[in-house]
Write a protein that binds this ligand. Structure first.
Ligand code: BDR
Ligand code: CA
Length: 328
């Protein structure tokens, strides 16, 4: 079977104290899965600022022995919004998390360098050069994707699929009860992607919060014993302690690996076509995703036609099997 050509757009916190590590697990899944031709990793500010996300990614590729994969820096800030309020909230949580759960020394700077150019151009050039062939999987705020679509509207017609991890439709968010992180960080970019006419698939918290990296999974990774597996296990343990103590979960959520896994094995998710709208106004609701799965259910009709396929259900055992077998 021909591997799928994928650009993974990411905001990897791995190596940064107090940050989610799931982007790194998605990257490694993309590096190791035979069904994925990873064309490049484009970096966006989100979980961590760009100046941390780029070296975090380069360090991961160095440890994985995959220096040939291009790492292309992208947006340093959301399309329109001032990122300072959300960054302040994150900095304060980071301080508390680091104090209570982190026991890792700082990592050495990577020896690899970033590729020349910027993420949005890289995405637009790649998609235009292989019409209908490239899937974009965005597992951070989708600023780079929106920028590529605004720069070159032909991208919408040429891309095979845009998979966005983000939003929450029938479950609570994590930024506020209504808002998931990636969509809350840059809501205007979500609106641009949804309005572009590109084939969009959404992987919201509705499905990602049904996936767990359990303590025994981390120890299984550690037991593989390669430098990459030891690094993943070492960096995952503090985030696991945070998820168990503060979020009272039995493991940490595998949001981003689920989005990548869907791209290589679509049967993992059940998709419902619907109109989705993103709220841009409210202080506590900007970034909230509103889904209109059934026409006629609401007094006020959907504000537009079907613009996305949304994952509301998943085959969790199938996902975990793919994830653990590929990584392990
Ligand atoms: C998203 O936010 C980040 O913490 C994760 O990496 C994921 O992309 C989930 O809300
Ligand atoms: Ca992410």
């Amino acid at each position: 079977m021909q591997p799928k050509a994928i650009i993974l757009d990411t905001d990897p916190g791995i190596g940064s104290p107090g940050s989610d590590v799931d982007d790194a697990l998605a990257i490694v899944l993309g590096l190791l899965h035979p069904g994925c031709e990873l064309l490049g990793l484009t970096i966006v500010a989100g979980n961590v600022p760009l100046e941390e996300g780029v070296p975090n990614t380069l360090r991961l590729l160095e440890i994985a022995g995959r220096p040939e994969v291009p790492v292309v820096p992208g947006a340093e800030r959301p399309l329109l919004r001032d990122p300072r309020p959300i960054r302040e909230l994150m900095a304060s949580r980071r301080r508390q998390t680091v104090e209570r759960f982190w026991d890792l020394p700082p990592f050495a700077p990577p020896r690899l360098s970033a590729a020349p150019g910027r993420a949005a151009e890289f995405i637009a050039d790649a998609v235009r050069s292989r019409p209908g062939e490239i899937t974009i999987v965005a597992i951070g705020p989708c600023t780079n994707i929106a920028t590529a679509l605004l720069m070159d509207p032909a991208v919408a017609a040429s891309v095979a699929e845009i998979v966005l991890m983000g939003g929450a439709i029938r479950v609570p968010g994590v930024v506020t009860p209504a808002v998931e992180f990636n969509f809350g960080y840059d809501p205007e970019s979500v609106a641009v992607v949804l309005a572009s006419g590109a084939p969009v698939t959404l992987v919201p918290l509705d499905v990602t919060t049904r996936t767990f990296m359990l303590p025994e999974h981390i120890e299984r990774l550690a037991a593989v014993g390669t430098p990459l597996h030891r690094f993943l296990a070492e960096t995952s343990r503090p985030w696991l302690r945070f998820a168990m103590a503060v979020r009272e979960l039995r493991g940490f959520w595998l949001h981003d690996p689920l989005a990548l896994a869907y791209a290589v094995d679509p049967a993992i998710l059940t998709l419902t076509p619907m109109h989705v709208a993103v709220d841009l106004g409210g202080e506590l609701t900007a970034g909230q995703l509103l889904g209109y799965p059934e026409s006629g259910r609401f007094l006020r009709p959907a504000p537009g036609p079907i613009n996305a396929r949304v994952a509301l259900d998943l085959d969790e055992p199938r996902f975990m099997e793919l994830f653990l077998t590929t990584l392990g």
